[in-house]
Write a new protein. Structure first.
Length: 588
């Protein structure tokens, strides 16, 4: 094993420029390669590990060839990657790097290097999408039914088009921002399908319990111009994706797969932007070939917390000129809704969100500084020790109803009225510190009692999956004392309230404040969005857009204008081969 490169990588680890996993994985691959270990292999395996932790499916070697890594390391400590030709030649002749079709720890596909499992997931997902695009479902489009459920108005032209696409294709994506009517549209699509076959087996699911609950609530409010008989057979239950697929405790596997498929005619997945590569691949693998799959989501939102940017990759060429027959088929299966029914033309939140989505930071700031209803901008204090003082009034007002709620139902409902969102987890402006500060404030005000770990009115966020309790990462609940007992209360995907003794709960944390990533799939009446006082790679256009659009009525942004501008200009770019495989080369 080349000791020099390993020594240099260990120095990066000691300076915390790479993780323990990065270092140990690199050493493992070098040991596995034996006499074929090389500096080129060490750099490649280090990048694969490091970038996968950031959500990348693969490493585009051409992007890193002849570049320094890590970019934030001192010049003398940074490693220099080989030129592309040298790098590819070294990897192609290495026993632990396989080519397409091989079974090796690393797979080299063209100039992209993958961990085997991510290459396999990407290939499975790609094949499933392409197969599905070739299938034409058995459905006769009824113009009368379409006109009845989508009466002719300019506002629902695209919604009607989305219905036509979903009815005529076995694979359909309906994407759009907050309030564009994705869920209402799918409710009408289901009514159209049920009018032709009332016995259809339909499954509704979302990545989190909160998103599944919202899906059910929105569908139940849909105003459908159809018979009572059709309304009676509309699906009434929603699932988390893990529950739908049948998660097997303590394993990454599910009961439903290609050998034991889900027996549904139609599957609808909401908040699809949150679904990572592995979960999306397993979902499509578990569907019958003839099952109609409809994905709903906002392609401009943050990518999934885990590996990949699947919805973004699938929708990447939706507005481009298709270069291949398969790209043309895919484009015909995607509808991008434009008109927001939540944010009207004079809506402040809608205006800011659109400006951010377009990358226009100046216009977004202009709106935030205006007197528009529902918007406000607050400059961060120069001294970060004064942060709590600048937030105090908003925190006391925002959580007023929650801290005075008497019942689990009231508390869970009031908790959705207001939330503090932050871009970061750690640091002075991260959610860990913010939750401590907020607890101290409320304790001083006599609103909570920090003498108890599980104090009355403590809001909590589940941070790991517990398949036995059916509690999942991202689920939000409240701790309440009830009849001299302390219990944790959560809503399930069907809006029922479940209770647990706190000592039975999986890992959890306090959640007055949460990261914007964790807020995906949620909506709040009011949002306080806190940005840090320094730039971070985490601050992107998608992050700001997602945070702002979590609010339904008002959004209050605390930050520095320079940081906000830089964030709006920075976009998420996750390496994958999915986009190129689906769309070929195209002009964005």
């Amino acid at each position: 094993m080349p000791s020099t490169i390993i020594h240099k990588i260990h120095e990066l680890y000691k300076k915390q420029l790479i993780s323990d996993l990065d270092y140990r994985f690199t050493v493992f691959i070098q040991q596995l390669a034996g006499e074929q270990a090389s500096e080129a292999l060490a750099l490649a395996s280090l990048l694969v590990s490091n970038l996968s932790a950031q959500g990348h499916i693969c490493v585009d070697l051409a992007h890193y060839a002849k570049q320094k890594f890590p970019t934030d390391a001192d010049a003398e400590k940074a490693l220099t990657c080989p030129d592309l030709k040298t790098w590819l030649n070294a990897l192609q002749n290495c026993p632990v790097v396989g080519k397409v079709g091989d079974y090796q720890p690393l797979i080299l596909d063209g100039q992209r290097l993958y961990l085997y499992r991510y290459w396999q997931y990407e290939q499975q997902l790609l094949a499933a999408i392409l197969d599905r695009l070739q299938l034409t479902p058995n459905y006769t489009l009824n113009p009368e039914s379409l006109e009845r459920l989508f009466p002719q108005t300019a506002a629902n032209d695209l919604q009607k088009h989305a219905a036509q696409v979903a009815l005529q294709h076995n694979f359909c994506i309906i994407s759009g921002g907050a309030g564009t009517g994705k869920t209402t549209t799918v409710a009408k699509i289901l009514a159209l399908l049920l009018e032709q076959n009332p016995d259809l087996r339909i499954a509704l699911a979302a990545p989190t319990g909160k998103a599944a609950t919202r899906l059910k609530e929105t569908l139940s409010r849909a105003n459908l111009d159809c018979s009572d008989a059709i309304k009676a057979v509309m699906p009434q239950q929603t699932y988390t994706l893990h529950r739908l697929l049948g998660a097997i405790p303590d394993t990454p596997n599910f009961r439903h797969n290609a050998d034991n498929p889900l027996l549904y005619d139609v599957v609808v997945i909401d908040e699809a932007s949150m679904v990572d590569l592995a979960l999306m691949a397993k979902l499509l693998n578990a569907l019958l070939p003839q099952t109609r799959l409809i994905l709903l989501g906002d392609k401009d939102q943050l990518a999934s917390v885990e590996i990949g940017s699947v919805l973004g990759d699938i929708c990447a060429g939706a507005n481009a000129t298709p270069q291949t027959p398969q790209a043309e088929l895919l484009q015909k299966s995607i509808v991008l809704l434009q008109t927001s029914h939540r944010f009207t033309a004079d809506s402040g939140i809608g205006a800011v969100a659109e400006a951010v989505k377009q990358g226009n930071a100046d216009l977004a700031l202009q709106h935030l500084h205006s007197a528009q209803v529902g918007l406000s901008w607050q400059n961060l204090p120069d001294n970060s020790l004064l942060l709590l003082n600048s937030l105090k009034a908003s925190l006391l007002a925002g959580f007023h109803n929650y801290l005075r709620a008497k019942t689990p139902e009231q508390a869970l409902q009031a908790l959705d009225e207001f939330r503090v969102l932050s871009a970061l987890r750690r640091g002075r402006y991260g959610v860990e510190n913010l939750n401590r500060l907020i607890e101290q404030l409320f304790n001083e005000q006599g609103l909570i009692n920090l003498s108890f770990r599980w104090y009355h009115h403590r809001p909590i966020l589940i941070t790991c999956n517990d398949y036995n309790l059916n509690l999942f990462n991202g689920d939000v609940g409240v701790i309440l004392w009830e009849q001299n007992e302390i219990k944790a209360f959560f809503r399930d995907e069907n809006n029922s309230i479940r209770s647990f003794y706190p000592n039975r709960l999986p890992e959890h944390e306090t959640v007055y404040a949460m990261t914007i990533h964790k807020s995906q799939g949620s909506e709040f009446e009011k949002v306080l969005l806190l940005l840090p006082d320094q730039d971070s790679p985490l601050l992107t256009r998608e992050l700001i857009y997602t945070g702002i659009t979590r609010a339904k009525q008002t959004v209050e942004v605390h930050g520095k204008e320079a940081i906000f501008r830089n964030a709006v200009q920075q976009r998420i770019q996750r390496n994958s081969g999915l986009k190129a495989a689906l769309w070929g080369n195209y002009d964005e």
